[in-house]
Ligand binder design. Structure first.
Ligand SMILES: [Mg+2]
Length: 175
């Protein structure tokens, strides 16, 4: 692989991989000075198009109690994102966010009064979530999709395209 190709692909590499938002070391993030957490919703917090469940609500409550500012960055439509936010006690959000463009991430950071370097972002897809957070200069964390069987066809296809990139990433960082 040429170095220029490597440079391009690296924009798709997550800053970090985690099994789940529900098993993440938020204490560690707080110790590093993180003040805010942004989330994708579908297959990051709940299955695609599923409403907020007890686990999601409890996580938001816990993070809020630790003083973290929270936000949702979703490419889904407003009714879906708004109702999810309300079920979690009212989180700031951006719907139809046009990830991987960085604008929505940065708009949400401004709304929370934080800089890109003070927040972390969780998502389950490379070509939207991770690429977008990287474009915004936000630490990106790729999580395992909650339930891949709920993916819409467009996302199922993208997961196939993600495979070779994740393979390169894992070779680069874990072998
Ligand atoms: Mg997703």
């Amino acid at each position: 692989m040429s170095s220029s190709a490597g440079g391009g692909i690296r924009k798709l590499y997550p800053g970090e991989m985690a099994e789940s938002v529900y098993a993440y070391d938020f204490d560690g993030a707080l110790k590093k000075g993180i003040k805010g957490v942004l989330f994708d919703i579908d297959n990051t917090l709940v299955p695609h198009d599923a409403p907020a469940d007890d686990r999601a609500r409890a996580l938001m409550e816990e993070l809020r109690a630790r003083g973290l500012s929270l936000g949702l960055v979703s490419n889904n439509h407003e009714p879906r994102v708004k109702s999810f936010s309300e079920a979690c006690g009212g989180l700031d959000y951006v719907f139809l966010s046009h990830k991987p463009k960085p604008d929505a991430y940065l708009r949400l950071c401004r709304k929370l009064g934080l800089s890109a370097s003070q927040v972390i972002f969780f998502g389950d897809q490379l070509f939207t979530d991770i690429w977008g957070a990287n474009n915004a200069g936000i630490h990106s964390i790729l999580v395992e999709p909650i339930d891949k069987s709920t993916d819409i066809p467009r996302i199922k296809l993208k997961r196939q395209l993600e495979k070779p990139i994740l393979c390169l990433y894992k070779k680069r960082f874990f072998l």
